[in-house]
Each structure stands twice: as structure tokens, then as C-alpha cells.
Write a protein of this length. Structure first.
Length: 73
């Protein structure tokens, strides 16, 4: 699954999140200077953040503690 592979690359996830946030900031500035409604911008940012949190929770490998095996038995 490509999303799983992408989630394994932490730097890619950070760059994607920053890319979305930067584009959202640009849209916010455009709307502010055009005196348009910007009330949905914060909701969009929250949605983006939740999507990336979900990707991290669902697809990133979790390191499980190693079990110590007693080979003396």
C-alpha cells in the first residue's frame, strides 16, 4: 500500500503537512486581503492535522519491546 510506504518516511510526512499548511496560509491571506470570509480556514487546518495524525497512528511502524528469551532452560 502506497500510503503505508509514505508513512514510513517521516520526513515526507513532515514535508507534506508543511506543504498543506503553507498553501492554506496563502489562501487565508488571499481571502483576508479580498475581505472574504475566512472562518473555514481554521477548520480546514484542523482537518489537515487530524488526517496526518490518523496516518501516523494507522500506518507508521510501532516498535514493540523485545522479549527477553531465557535460553538457559
Amino acid at each position: 500500500m502506497r500510503l503505508y510506504e509514505a508513512a514510513q518516511d517521516g520526513a515526507l510526512i513532515v514535508e507534506l503537512r508543511e506543504f498543506f499548511h503553507e498553501n492554506l496560509r496563502e489562501l487565508a491571506l488571499e481571502k483576508v486581503f479580498a475581505r472574504e470570509d475566512t472562518s473555514g480556514i481554521a477548520d480546514a487546518k484542523d482537518a489537515i492535522d487530524k488526517v496526518f495524525e490518523s496516518i501516523e497512528l494507522q500506518f507508521q511502524n510501532k516498535v514493540e519491546p523485545k522479549q527477553i528469551v531465557n535460553e538457559a532452560r
